[in-house]
Design a protein around this ligand. Structure first.
Ligand SMILES: [Zn+2]
Length: 312
C-alpha cells in the first residue's frame, strides 16, 4: 500500500462567540463583536467558495452561539452540498474555556450544544473540538458519556490519530515550593483510555496566533507575512511525509482570519503544494475517525500515548 497523507481542513466558526468569552465577566468589546460578524458572513462565504472551487470537504466546528445567531449563514454550510455539515462537530456555546468549568457546567454546555446541533441538522454530532483546545481533566469521559466519537483538542501526537485519555488531576502532582520535595517528586500515573478517537490539535498549523491581531489577547500576533507561515506549514508537512507511511495533517482555520484576502491566497498555494505530493487526500475529521477505528490508518498505539506512562 502506498503512502497516505490525510489532510483535514478544520474550520472553527467562532464568529462572535469567541469574543463573548471575555473570561472576566466584563462585556464584550463592540469592535471584537464586529470582527465576529465578518467571520460569520463574509469570511464564511469566502471559505465556502474556496472549498467549493478546490473540491475539498472540510470539517466545521461551531459554537452553538454561532448556529443560533447566524442561522442563515450556518445553513449555507449545512446545505453546501459537499457533505461538510454532516461531518462537523461541536465547539462549545460561547467558546467558553472548558478547563475553567465545573463538571456540572461542562455537562450542561455539552447537553445544550448537542441539543442545538441536533435541532439544526437532525443528526447526533460525531466530533468535538474544545474551544481554544482547553480541555478539562474530565473532558474525554464527558465525550464518551455523550456518545461523541472523536475529539480534536489534545496534543499527545502531532500527526497520528490515537485513542484519547483524560489527563486527570490525580495523575500528575505539581511542583510545590512550600512543601517537602518528597511530597511532589512522584512520576505520572496511568490515565484511563476512553472510547474517543483523538485527531490531534496543533497550534503550529493554526491561522489564529500568527494572523489575528488583538489588543486584548497577548497570545495573538497579526501582521505575519503569510509567505512565512506557508513555508512553516509546508516544512511540517515535508517532515511528516518523509517520516511516515500514513499520517494526518489537520489544518485549523477560522473564517474571520482565513477569510481575509491575503490569507485565502496563502491557502490556494498550500493546497497546490499538498496536491503535488502523491498519496495526499483531502478528508474530513470524521473519515479519519472511521478509518482509525477500522484499522485502515494505523495511527499511534495506545500503549505509546494513551496510557501514559508505559508500565515499567
Ligand atoms: Zn475556536
Amino acid at each position: 500500500m502506498g503512502k497516505r497523507a490525510l489532510v483535514c481542513y478544520c474550520v472553527d466558526v467562532d464568529a462572535c462567540a469567541g469574543w463573548l468569552n471575555t473570561t472576566t465577566g466584563k462585556s464584550a468589546n463592540a469592535s471584537d463583536v464586529s470582527r465576529g460578524i465578518f467571520g460569520a458572513n463574509v469570511g464564511t462565504d469566502r471559505l465556502l467558495k474556496f472549498f467549493d472551487e478546490q473540491n475539498i470537504k472540510a470539517s466545521w466546528f461551531m459554537p452553538s452561539h454561532s448556529i443560533q445567531s447566524f442561522p442563515k449563514q450556518m445553513a449555507k454550510v449545512r446545505d453546501a452540498g459537499h457533505e461538510m455539515w454532516v461531518n462537523s462537530g461541536l465547539h462549545g456555546y460561547t467558546h467558553e474555556y472548558v478547563s475553567r468549568l465545573t463538571e456540572e457546567q461542562e455537562r450542561k454546555v455539552m447537553a445544550k450544544s448537542i441539543e442545538v446541533y441536533k435541532s439544526f441538522t437532525g443528526k447526533h454530532p460525531k466530533g468535538w473540538a474544545a474551544p481554544a483546545w482547553e480541555v478539562s481533566p474530565r473532558s474525554m469521559k464527558v465525550l464518551e458519556d455523550f456518545g461523541i466519537e472523536y475529539d480534536h483538542s489534545l496534543m499527545h501526537h502531532d500527526c497520528q490519530p490515537y485513542w484519547a485519555s483524560d489527563v486527570t488531576e490525580n495523575s500528575v502532582v505539581p511542583t510545590n515550593y512550600d512543601a517537602d520535595p518528597g511530597t511532589w517528586m512522584v512520576p505520572m500515573k496511568q490515565n484511563t483510555v476512553r472510547n474517543v478517537v483523538e485527531i490531534p490539535a496543533n497550534w503550529n498549523v493554526d491561522d489564529w496566533p500568527p494572523f489575528q491581531f488583538s489588543t486584548r489577547n497577548p497570545g495573538t500576533h497579526g501582521y505575519v507575512n503569510p509567505k512565512d507561515v506557508l513555508e512553516q506549514w509546508q516544512d511540517q508537512f515535508r517532515f511528516f511525509y518523509r517520516e511516515n507511511e500514513s499520517f494526518v495533517f489537520p489544518i485549523s482555520i477560522h473564517p474571520q482570519v482565513s477569510g481575509k484576502s491575503n490569507i485565502i491566497l496563502m491557502h490556494e498555494k498550500m493546497v497546490e503544494f499538498l496536491r503535488s505530493h502523491e498519496g495526499v487526500e483531502f478528508v474530513t475529521a470524521a473519515q479519519v475517525c472511521d478509518e482509525f477505528k477500522a484499522g485502515t490508518i494505523a495511527g499511534c498505539s495506545t500503549m505509546e500515548l494513551g496510557a501514559l506512562p508505559p508500565k515499567l
